[in-house]
Design a binder for this molecule. Structure first.
Ligand SMILES: Cc1ncc(COP(=O)(O)O)c(C=O)c1O
Length: 451
């Protein structure tokens, strides 16, 4: 029988990481289940896969890692050593970047809230590249820059209002993100651009858009670029010449999740020619930034869990694992399938297998399809959830008083290390308010492997 783990699951160009059964069982023995396991080599290969897709671009091309997808310090450290940029959305993320080995100069700050306080904090720490997306944001950044007496490179986030075929959309109908090109109010890209160009604290850098996440058809990027070109040419007629130094096309590159999805190469093929023509038409050899969170991290991480019970119910076998949607929230929120493999795999049972988590909640049923390999599921065996690295371990919640599991990493040399210690119940109790009760002493995080 063919072992499913010798068949690459990834359809995005880079083979999914492989781990031997022996390694997984010995890690489970040492650290307990469930645990997340990061493959550093895959993180790095994903960066070069994006870079290679844009080699024909005539200007400078930079990848920016969207830290929100996975802020584990070991993940940040791997990306920092690749020399890429970081897309940040909160001042606390900057702390993670600088402490994990990234530089302030590599940061592009794109806030949702755009408050004066956060801009003051970011400028004070040395951030100088900021993306604004509202008139109030412009006023707040102007005040922060003038108080700090610094010059800030400003990008304007537009919402190009194009249709996006994606799991999560941020363009048409999603006014939360970005400015309309025109429109009557001061909250338009045109008005904000005028103000940025007039303000001596600002250096106008260029434009930014972010269309969504897990984008399944790259045509929306081409449509957005087309609209942006028309806007730039038209704005110059009214405001005079201004230089466009950077265009940031946001995130959205899809991860596989066991399906065939467009690759970075497909995106490059769709837009690089168009972007080179844009250089000609606007006369500026701008820097191009492609942001990515999901694509860079999802496939580099697996979640390993153990089968703890099985039950027959009608025509189905229910297989209970010691994970739940508290570790993979999108399994419940988006009914998102993380392809599952039983370790070691076995013959597919004739009856339907329903994979359920440990939470007392009807939503805690993992979506599975033919992409998941559930043959051989029996109590005591491990199961791995593939492509589990994005928007997962950073969203873990302690529902049912579940302590946070270990995060492990296989480093570039192939050896395993701890990337986040598991929490024990004592620590969880204190963090959840136990330490507010009388006569309780705070506990230290316990590394169960050495306890
Ligand atoms: C501005 C911005 N850039 C990039 C991303 C990353 O998107 P993805 O993880 O789909 O690459 C996000 C995600 O929310 C975002 O808001």
């Amino acid at each position: 029988m063919v072992d499913p783990r010798t068949q690459p699951v990834s359809r995005t160009g880079v083979a999914a990481p492989k781990f031997s059964d022996k390694d997984l069982y010995s890690l489970a023995e040492r650290y307990g289940t469930p645990f997340f396991l990061i493959d550093e080599a895959t993180l790095r290969r994903k960066v070069s896969e994006i870079e290679q897709a844009f080699t024909e671009f005539k200007g400078v091309f930079r990848v920016a890692y969207s830290v929100k997808a996975n802020f584990n310090p070991s993940v940040i450290r791997a990306f920092a050593s690749e020399g890429i940029l970081f897309d940040l959305t909160a001042p606390s993320e900057l702390e993670f970047i600088t402490r994990a080995g990234g530089s302030v100069q590599s940061v592009v700050y794109t806030s949702i809230t755009e408050t004066l306080l956060e801009y003051q904090q970011m400028l004070e720490k040395g951030v100088r590249k900021v993306v604004i997306a509202s008139h109030n944001g412009l006023l707040n950044l102007a005040e922060a820059a003038s108080k700090a007496d610094v010059k800030v490179s400003v990008m304007i986030r537009v919402n190009p209002e194009v249709h996006v075929h994606a799991e999560l959309r941020g363009s048409m109908g999603h006014g939360k993100f970005g400015l309309q090109f025109n429109g009557g109010s001061h909250d338009s890209a045109f008005h904000v651009l005028k103000k940025v160009l007039e303000n001596p604290s600002f250096r106008f850098e260029g434009f930014h858009f972010h269309l969504g996440s897990q984008i399944e058809d790259p045509s929306c990027y081409a449509e957005a670029i087309e609209k942006l070109e028309a806007f730039i040419l038209n704005a110059r007629k009214q405001l005079g010449q201004f230089a466009v130094r950077t265009i940031d096309i946001g995130g959205g590159l899809p991860a596989s999740y066991g399906r065939k999805v467009p690759t970075p190469k497909d995106l490059g093929a769709k837009v690089v020619g168009q972007l080179n023509s844009l250089i000609e038409s606007i006369g500026d050899k701008f820097t191009l930034i492609a942001e990515s969170g999901r694509f860079l991290t999802a496939e580099a991480v697996i979640l390993v869990s153990r089968i703890v019970n099985t039950k027959n119910f009608g025509e189905s076998t229910y297989v209970y694992v010691d994970a739940g949607y508290h570790l993979l929230p999108d399994a419940a929120l988006l009914r998102h399938e993380y392809p599952v493999e039983v370790v070691p795999g076995g013959k597919q049972a004739p009856q339907k297998v329903v994979l359920v988590g440990r939470l007392c909640d009807p939503l805690d049923v993992f979506p599975t399809s033919s992409r998941s390999k559930l043959g051989g599921a029996e109590v005591g065996k491990l199961v791995m959830f593939r492509d589990a690295g994005a928007y997962s371990m950073v969203m873990n919640m302690p529902f049912h008083s579940q302590p946070r599991p270990f995060v492990l990493i296989r480093n570039g040399q192939g050896s395993y290390a701890v990337a986040r210690k598991g929490q024990d119940v004592d620590r969880l109790f204190m963090d959840e308010g136990g330490d507010c009760l009388p006569n309780q002493t705070p506990a230290a995080v316990t590394d169960q492997s050495t306890a």
